[in-house]
Write a protein that binds this ligand. Structure first.
Ligand SMILES: Nc1ncnc2c1ncn2[C@@H]1O[C@H](COP(=O)(O)OP(=O)(O)OP(=O)(O)O)[C@@H](O)[C@H]1O
Ligand SMILES: [Mg+2]
Length: 347
């Protein structure tokens, strides 16, 4: 039946990064989810890493946008132009979607109407079939979990726009919690901290660099320092300061408090048998936030549950969509076992 599709793609469409898996080839693209347009002509100037490199350095007529906000598509046109650009880059030709089947990730807990809107948009652009899959299911598969067994697993995906906590069993989501605070909100909090503490303005790329270099979830790791440059808010001139990891800990810690509350809330929603399974199996951590220094140990200490970091935290969701390609023939998408509660927190 699937011979009718020329191409099978699994796409992890994330707020920060887009990762594309092509059946028969594996991961063929991993680029930031960013596009740059010329505001005067509407022309696409760059997408992915090339567009990201322009952030903070582009003239006023260049509009640089992340077309997804908090894991959901905020601008359908820009998202589809971005995806077209990415797949054209892989394929070397523009008519990529024709005859293709696409599995695309969506945050857990979005409504069926929202899922259908995404599927229909992709089909409208020329794909033969599009199936929206909830990210924690794809991430768990990509990390090597056996999901068809009646055993509970807790997946924690710390991405750029969202943190998703989900308990999975028998291939479906039993309980979940999504918070709209993740990597990007830590970057924003770092920008605010530097402004408040040093009267200095820094850009988002510098804040992300600080987080990756000296961000930590622990007070006991060795103090590290980093020299950064920005603009003095008093005299407007460029200035350099030295930051230390214990300062960034205080910023990251506010995020961790919210995250741990979300894990606890999900475990509370979960039937006792499955909570017992989670105690035994541990928590599986994925998404770029899993790379934050000491996050696994901090979650273990706060929850009393062992924590394992997926082998490829930034790629496992796309790998999971790849594993689904061509599998769900009978039903259009994996189903949830029960409706879950979603807590939306403004950032
Ligand atoms: N070494 C690192 N330390 C800390 N954070 C990191 C590291 N590497 C990447 N990140 C962060 O991970 C985030 C991106 O992760 P990921 O690619 O999983 O997000 P996404 O899937 O695009 O977003 P979402 O799932 O929320 O839509 C970014 O905020 C990035 O700064
Ligand atoms: Mg993600």
């Amino acid at each position: 039946m699937f011979k009718q599709f020329d191409k099978l793609f699994g796409i992890d469409l994330g707020t920060s990064n887009t990762v594309i898996f092509e059946k028969g080839k594996g991961i063929v693209l991993n680029e930031p989810s960013v596009v740059a347009f010329n505001q005067h002509t509407g022309e696409l100037l760059a997408a992915g890493a090339e567009a990201q490199a322009m952030i903070g350095r582009a003239p006023a007529h260049v509009d640089i946008t992340y077309p997804l906000i908090n894991g959901v598509i905020a601008n359908f046109d820009k998202t589809s132009i971005m995806l077209n650009h990415f797949i054209k880059k892989i394929q070397g030709r523009p008519s990529f979607l024709r005859s293709s089947q696409i599995y695309i990730t969506v945050p857990c807990g979005i409504t069926n109407v929202q899922k259908r809107a995404i599927e229909e948009t992709i089909v409208h652009k020329g794909a033969k079939k599009a199936i929206a899959v909830e990210e924690p299911i794809a991430a768990a598969l990509g990390a090597g979990l056996m999901l068809d067994e009646p055993v509970g697993h807790l997946i924690l995906d710390i991405g750029g726009g969202t943190c998703q906590v989900a308990v999975l069993s028998l291939g479906g989501i039993v309980a979940s919690h999504t918070i709209n605070r993740a990597g990007l909100s830590i970057d924003r909090d770092i920008i605010e901290y530097v402004k408040r503490q040093y009267n200095m303005e820094i850009g988002a790329p510098t804040a992300e660099h600080i987080k990756k270099q000296i961000g930590t979830c622990s007070t006991s790791t060795e103090e590290r320092s980093l020299d950064i440059r920005g603009r003095d808010l008093v005299d407007g001139l460029p200035r350099s300061i030295r930051l230390v990891s214990s300062e960034i800990y205080t910023v990251v810690n506010e995020f961790l408090v919210t995250l741990i509350e979300a894990i606890r809330a999900t475990l509370e929603l979960c039937p006792p048998e499955l909570a017992g399974d989670v105690m035994e199996q541990g928590i599986l951590l994925c998404g770029g936030g899993a790379l934050l220094d000491g996050i696994d140990e901090r979650i273990r200490v706060e929850t009393g549950v062992a924590v394992h970091i997926a082998d490829k935290p930034l790629e496992c969701t796309a790998l999971g969509t790849g594993m689904m390609l061509g599998v769900y023939k009978a039903k259009s998408r994996p189903t949830r076992l029960e409706d879950s509660t979603i807590e939306e927190k403004a950032v």
